[in-house]
Design a protein around this ligand. Structure first.
Ligand code: C5P
Length: 285
């Protein structure tokens, strides 16, 4: 008999990520792409709550709950079922997800939520799970989930399974912009990358160094959603911008600034002229 859980309700923040750079270095025979990326976190967060219940269920709240379905396919429910199967128990839990991270945005929202559920349920169900097993379950849920589990900026390679945390702490002043268009990750990868990038050493997480890197999915994403070219140009022309880039498979783009005041001014300027765009000033860490 497993001991009865001591806690019945837990809550955690699930921060959005950006890919400070994302190089596609090849393609595996199964169609997945080999990547090299520096994944870092932002101040934009979903919140995930779990509570013991008689069945498995999900309530969606917040500005981006619309467009998501509390159904079988929801990654949050998949995460709960997968962990319960591993533990040999029934996934009897009620999950509440407050969605603040835009969907289909390259910000890893779904992956962040799945990682949060894995962490919370491990605690709620008092599971003794090795780090390797935890990471393997995460990878089955999505290529971005392992790095989300670590919750720390990391160099990610393979298809997402190799996660090497950055040792030196950093905080880059930045602005995130999403023009309100949705990009599906498989669609962007399917659109293709003209030329694979050569493997490169991991750089220092310093704005001027990262400016020399790129996102190999930008061209494909711009082909599917041409407004992204305008987003990147507007970010690049803001005073103090060190570089502007797309995150993940889009559609969110970001710019890193010399200082917080310039990031703040840029966020205000863009939000004023582009009222329909989602604009957030943030630290990237
Ligand atoms: O793993 P995730 O659900 O994020 O991936 C969504 C899709 O993106 C995959 O089905 C695949 O088409 C593509 N992908 C890829 N190479 C990666 C990650 C994702 O081709 N490393």
């Amino acid at each position: 008999m497993k001991p009865r859980p001591k806690t019945s309700h837990l809550r955690i923040s699930a921060p959005a990520k950006v890919n400070l750079y994302l190089h596609v270095t090849g393609k595996r025979p199964d169609g997945y792409h080999l990547l090299e990326s520096l994944v870092a976190f932002t101040d934009v967060c979903d919140t995930v709550e779990v509570a013991t219940a008689d069945t498995l269920s999900l309530t969606l709240k917040g500005p981006y709950a619309v467009g998501l379905q509390a159904e079988e396919e929801n990654i949050v429910l998949k995460a709960a079922r997968k962990l319960a199967t591993w533990a040999g128990i029934e996934p009897h839990v009620h999950i509440t997800l407050h969605k603040e991270i835009p969907l289909g945005a390259g910000l890893g929202g779904g992956s962040a939520d799945a990682a949060a559920v894995l962490k919370l349920l491990t605690q709620l169900w008092q599971l003794n799970i090795s780090q390797d097993t935890f990471m393997a379950i995460a990878l089955e849920l999505g290529a971005d989930v392992p790095v989300m589990l670590t919750g720390k900026a990391a160099f990610v390679s393979g298809i997402g399974e190799h996660v090497e945390p950055v040792i030196q702490p950093f905080r880059l002043p930045a602005v995130l912009v999403n023009p309100g268009v949705f990009l599906s990750t498989p669609a962007v990868f399917k659109q293709g990358v003209a030329r694979f990038s050569p493997p490169m050493p991991t750089p220092e997480p310093i704005a001027q160094v990262l400016a020399q890197r790129h996102n190999d999915l930008e061209t494909a994403a711009i082909t599917l959603q041409p407004v992204l070219r305008e987003v990147l140009e507007i970010l690049a022309m803001q005073p103090g911008c060190v570089f502007s880039r797309m995150s993940g498979s889009g559609a969110t783009c970001f710019a890193v600034f010399d200082n917080e005041a310039q990031a703040g001014d840029a966020a205000k300027a863009i939000a004023t002229t582009r009222k329909n765009w989602w604009v957030k000033e943030t630290g990237i860490y």
